[in-house]
Design a protein around this ligand. Sequence first.
Ligand SMILES: NC(=O)c1ccc[n+]([C@@H]2O[C@H](COP(=O)([O-])OP(=O)(O)OC[C@H]3O[C@@H](n4cnc5c(N)ncnc54)[C@H](OP(=O)(O)O)[C@@H]3O)[C@@H](O)[C@H]2O)c1
Length: 262
Amino acid sequence: MNDASGAENPSTAPTDPGRVALVTGGSRGIGFGIARALVARGDRVCITGRTEESLREAVKELGSDRAMYVVGKAHDEDHRAEAVERVMAEYGRLDHLVNNAGTNPVFGGLADLDLAVVRKIYETNVVSALGFAQRARAAWQGDHGGTIVNVASVAGLNSSPFVGAYGMSKAAMINLTQQLAHEFAPGVRVNAVAPAVVRTRFAAALYEGREEQVLSRYPLGRLGTPEDIGGAVAFLTSPDSAWMTGQTLLLDGGLFLNAGVS
Ligand SMILES: NC(=O)c1ccc[n+]([C@@H]2O[C@H](COP(=O)([O-])OP(=O)(O)OC[C@H]3O[C@@H](n4cnc5c(N)ncnc54)[C@H](OP(=O)(O)O)[C@@H]3O)[C@@H](O)[C@H]2O)c1
């Protein structure tokens, strides 16, 4: 049996072609950075997304012998079922689940926000993460162990004038991480990452046109990259983090250090 540490099972290790990860929203940005980091260390990876062409391109870059894709929306239950079934059919195991697909269709606060938008954000960011976690556990992790990493956000750790509903959903993801860590222990470790602004299409509106001002708040002097997040997720899905569960790793270039007296 694999345990949550990812330690090798001596009875299967000689023929084990590597562990398997499912990364939702993996065709570009942070998800692709995570997929690349996991493939680089020898995992096979399944990525998901809504657009087939970009998934195909991403798999070509990752290596079609190491990666596959399943097209669909994270918030669609049938897609979640198909993705997990296809991973099991192609690769025969599902050691690591990375809930990365996320959405933020609006900028601003909550006071006048259409509640239909809030529901949509929750479906994609929170309900889908739980749905994938349930399916990964039922298909493989419940019997064999594994890890889950939820891609939350610094927006889930504080208020923001820009991303009110998104922040609420990411806070829910952080609590989901704690709850599942407790329920799924000891076989499955569940952790989260909370990145500040990472250079991707998704976040461009947060820094384009005012980059100097944004960067001035980052003690490390730069925004994050998908590689920064990929490295942290590789750690959280490896034996190096074997005694860690229910935690949210802040990846922020020092942004939150600004909370002190200045
Ligand atoms: N960038 C940041 O600054 C930042 C900071 C903190 C947290 N995050 C979180 O990191 C995650 C990834 O963000 P990103 O910046 O890498 O975004 P991105 O560059 O826009 O990439 C998003 C990826 O997810 C896919 N996707 C989007 N909506 C989806 C859906 N409903 N179902 C399935 N796949 C979907 C996209 O492909 P398709 O468009 O083809 O579906 C793409 O592969 C999100 O959860 C986001 O909240 C981002």
